[in-house]
Structure formats: structure tokens, C-alpha cells
Design a protein around this ligand. Structure first.
Ligand code: ADP
Ligand code: ADP
Length: 229
């Protein structure tokens, strides 16, 4: 069974329909890149997958759990789904290490020493180990985004959602973030990435879906979408 399954999903903001019956499924270990023009609903679709937005019609099943209107299911789904945003969304008043530890300690009740060990391991992995005690504002955008990825990974998600993770970065910092995403992909993480990075799509995507005006209008292999470098 697919690990993410959307059937006929619609979403409205007031009188405006922004998702118009989306059918979308993702297999375990699959890497899907979502592209399409601004305003086409990409962000809304992935935000519905972890219930940052609530869909109106249709069904969304994540890791075997249907996102109905109960908060219990929302908690179950969020446990398995990590999300990385365009704006890094780190807590500015917490150090890098504290940013990584807060959810495992407060929500998962993981003992502090264990949470810290995991946090430091992940910071090393995204090559931020030496900045553990700094505040987000003391880091570059690329470094902050790598912290945001490490923070999501601290919760040991089974699925990672990325919403234009490199769009707010200076060009010279894009690659360092993409490198971390590529390494995640190589480890078999199930990933859905909204991105305009064609190189990334060519390198790691199993499938590209193209959205327009609230619908998935095309899907295929990355080489069908991005022919020449
Ligand atoms: P994309 O990610 O493809 O740029 P979005 O999912 O962000 O598209 O937006 C889809 C449409 O929904 C756009 O027309 C956008 O203006 C609208 N929209 C997004 N968020 C809101 C909101 N909170 N309230 C009203 N309209 C919204
Ligand atoms: P993105 O396309 O990266 O999702 P946007 O710039 O479209 O970002 O939206 C930024 C924020 O503004 C989001 O929280 C979105 O929900 C909200 N937003 C977008 N469009 C509208 C809108 N037409 N009315 C109200 N809020 C909106």
C-alpha cells in the first residue's frame, strides 16, 4: 500500500478552490518532486499531508492512518512526517542544539541525555556540529536550513516533506542544503519535495508531478520533464 495516498482531495480558502480533486500517492522509499507555477497549490497539497491545512473533500491516508477530523489521528500522522519549510522556522530564542532537543524532550518525553546525543549526531551529519551552541541568527541561511532538516530528523520521521527548501537561500548556499537532501534520498527516505531545483530532481526523483491551478496535470520520470542540463 502507498505510504501517502490522496484521493479526490479538495481544499478551499473561502470561495476559492485551491485543490480541485487531487489524486496522489507515494510508495515507501519513493522520492517525488512536485513542481508547477506559483499559486498552483503545491504548498497547500503538502501542508494537507501533515494537517497544517485541513482538506474538505476526499481522503488522505498517511502511513495507514486516515486524516479525518480527530486530533488523535493528526498526532499519529505528525509523528511519522517531518517537514522543512522555505523559511526555516527555527525558534530564534533557542540555540541550535535546543532547537533540535525541544520536541523530542517535550513531546516524546525522551530523556535529555539521549535527545542530546541524537541531536549532536544529526548536527554532525548536516555539518553543523561546531555551531551547536549558537543562535539561528548567527548562522547563514544554508546553515539554518540544515539545522531545520536535522530538527525534523530528530523525531525519526518515516516521511519527509520539503516546501521549497532552497528558495529563500543565497545561490551559493543552495548546494549544501541539496547535498543533505540527496544523502537522505540515498538512504531510502520517503520524500515529497516542492522545488524548482531541476538538478536535484534529475539526480534523485523517482517521479515528478506537475501541478497547475489546483490539479496534478502531468506526471512522469524526471528525464521526461528536464531533458537537458
Ligand atoms: P504554490 O505552493 O503552488 O505556490 P499555494 O498552495 O501556496 O501554491 O497556494 C495556492 C493558492 O491558494 C494561491 O492562489 C494562494 O494565494 C492561495 N492561498 C494559499 N494560502 C492561503 C490562505 N491561507 N488563505 C487564502 N488563500 C491562500
Ligand atoms: P508559498 O507559495 O511558498 O506557500 P506564499 O507566499 O504563497 O508562500 O504564502 C505565504 C503565506 O501566506 C502562507 O502561510 C499562505 O498560507 C499565506 N497566503 C498565501 N496566499 C494567501 C491569500 N491569498 N490570502 C491569505 N493568505 C495567503
Amino acid at each position: 500500500a502507498p505510504v501517502i495516498d490522496l484521493r479526490g482531495v479538495s481544499k478551499w480558502y473561502g470561495a476559492t478552490q485551491v485543490l480541485k480533486g487531487i489524486d496522489f500517492s507515494v510508495a515507501r522509499g519513493e522520492r517525488v518532486v512536485v513542481c508547477g507555477p506559483s499559486g498552483s497549490g503545491k504548498s497547500t497539497m503538502i501542508r494537507c499531508i501533515n494537517r497544517l491545512e485541513e482538506h474538505r473533500d476526499g481522503r488522505i491516508i498517511v502511513n495507514g492512518v486516515e486524516l479525518d477530523h480527530s486530533t488523535k489521528n493528526v498526532d499519529l500522522v505528525r509523528r511519522d512526517v517531518g517537514m522543512v519549510f522555505q523559511q526555516f522556522n527555527l525558534f530564534p530564542h533557542l540555540t541550535v542544539l535546543q532547537n533540535l532537543m525541544i520536541a523530542p524532550v517535550k513531546i516524546r518525553k525522551i530523556p535529555k541525555p539521549e535527545a542530546e546525543a541524537t541531536a549532536r549526531e544529526l548536527l554532525a551529519r548536516v555539518r553543523i556540529a561546531e555551531h551547536a551552541d549558537k543562535y539561528p541568527s548567527q548562522l547563514s541561511g544554508g546553515q539554518q536550513q540544515r539545522v531545520a532538516i536535522a530538527r525534523a530528523l530528530c523525531m525519526k520521521p518515516k516521511i519527509m516533506l520539503f516546501d521549497e527548501p532552497t528558495s529563500a537561500l543565497d545561490p551559493e548556499m543552495v548546494q549544501e542544503v541539496l547535498d543533505v537532501m540527496v544523502s537522505l534520498a540515498r538512504e531510502g527516505m520517503t520524500m515529497v519535495c516542492v522545488t524548482h531545483e531541476m538538478g536535484f530532481a534529475r539526480t534523485v526523483a523517482d517521479r515528478v508531478v506537475f501541478m497547475d491551478a489546483g490539479l496534478i496535470v502531468e506526471e512522469g520520470l524526471p528525464q521526461e520533464f528536464f531533458s537537458n542540463p
